[in-house]
Design a protein around this ligand. Structure first.
Ligand code: GDP
Ligand code: MN
Length: 377
């Protein structure tokens, strides 16, 4: 899980890394008062979990509290690479003399952590890394040894960072280790016109396997579900993702659902969603899944593709029959049951004889049928 910039900033401050004074607001009108408290001039920064906010117009200087309110109004609600801005951070502006890049990241291929640092940080760091890799130092870090003062000095020297970045390099490593992070990044780490070293932007990715220890964030670092159906599905514990096509898809197991998406697309139709009911395809899960999919107005047909394994097809069929009691079927349902107890499952659905339920025994055939029904509907 990624933290928001303002949360990363809070962590940095806790570990003694200098950061600008800042406040976070959700309403433009609050931005005016926050700016007043911060001294008038502020940088208004979109809080979204994606980089490149500066280039997208999500980082702007405001000269006074009135301008801060206007700028906040512009940035709030903005879409940055598919992320809607719901909060802005207002920070005391810094006069920048130089911009550096520093990060620690788990290098999975090498099975070690690595420090990545450059004296040419800022918004063009990707460009620098691509065109002049020699300007970006990569130093492996032994997790047990960590970043000692000597190691930090080695990193600084390799990246041509000034020696007074050493304490920041050490503190940043402590953030990674003690907060169970897989990545910590500061871009830019700046030299201010006054000669200080300050972290102007931060990214922290926490290790989800240590979620039980990361109680500090509660669900405040969680991305809000932008799609209301996704929020409903998440509340019911369903693994559901809204897509923009017209064939609703329910399957058991992520692998099967993904290949179902491909097969439906291969029939010239577009999947409306990804819904994995997993191994526990109970009647309740089936009813919840169907009701979520049927309340999507884009859906024209639904394809239930189940390969019976631990959950046998007859249990899934019972689930569908029971779901039909509680959910009013408004769109055609194509069911393909295969694997464990497929024959019994099919017989159960045949007995139910619902006019909108079709059974097709092959995955390809069922996908074609769902595609045809979607284009007819
Ligand atoms: P990002 O584009 O999402 O990485 O957002 P950043 O927080 O890194 O901001 C983008 C750029 O805005 C930085 O690289 C800086 O050049 C600039 N910037 C951010 N804060 C300040 C500031 O306080 N003063 C000045 N002069 N520039 C800033
Ligand atoms: Mn940045």
């Amino acid at each position: 899980m990624d933290l928001y910039e303002h949360q990363a900033r809070e962590l940095f401050a806790d570990y003694g890394i200098p950061v600008p004074e800042a406040e976070v607001v959700e309403l433009a009108r609050e931005a005016r008062f926050a700016a007043e408290r911060l001294g008038g001039r502020v940088v208004v920064k979109a809080q979204v979990k994606t980089g490149g906010r500066g280039k997208a117009g999500g980082v702007k200087l405001a000269i006074d509290p009135a301008a801060a309110e206007l700028t906040a109004r512009q940035i709030l609600g903005m879409d940055i690479k598919g992320h809607t801005v719901r909060k802005v951070m207002l920070a005391q502006p810094v006069d920048i003399a130089a911009e550096f890049y520093v990060s620690y990241v788990l290098d999975r291929a090498a099975g070690t952590f690595v420090a990545i640092a450059s004296a040419e940080g800022g918004m063009e760091i990707e460009e620098v890394a691509a065109t002049r890799p020699e300007a970006v130092a990569r130093i492996p870090i032994d997790r047990e040894e960590g970043v000692t003062e000597a190691k930090a000095a080695e990193i600084a020297a390799a990246a041509k960072l000034p020696p007074d970045t050493v304490p920041v390099l050490q503190a940043l490593w402590q953030v990674l280790v003690r907060e169970d992070a897989l990545l910590v990044e500061v871009n830019p780490l700046v030299r201010t016109a006054n000669g200080l070293i300050v972290a102007l932007d931060g990214k922290v990715t926490l290790d989800d396997n240590a979620r039980f220890r990361q109680v500090r964030w509660g669900d405040t670092a969680e991305d809000p579900h932008t799609d209301p159906l996704e929020a409903t599905a998440a509340a019911k514990g369903l693994n559901y993702v809204k897509l923009d096509g017209e064939v609703g898809i329910i399957g058991n197991g992520a692998g099967l659902v993904m290949s179902t998406l491909d097969v439906v697309a291969g029939c010239g139709a577009r999947p409306a969603n990804f819904l994995d009911i997993g191994g526990g395809a109970s009647a309740q899960v089936m009813a919840d899944g169907l009701s979520v999919i049927l309340s999507d107005p884009d859906v024209k047909s639904v394809f239930v593709n189940v390969f019976g394994g631990i959950t046998a097809c007859d249990a899934v069929a019972e689930g569908i029959v029971q779901a039909l009691e509680s959910v009013r079927l408004t769109k055609p349902l194509v069911v393909r049951l295969d694997g464990n107890s497929a024959a019994r499952g099919r017989a159960i659905l045949t007995d139910r004889a619902h006019p909108l339920v079709d059974q097709v025994t092959t995955m390809d055939g069922a996908a074609r049928q769902a595609a045809v029904l979607a284009s007819a509907g």
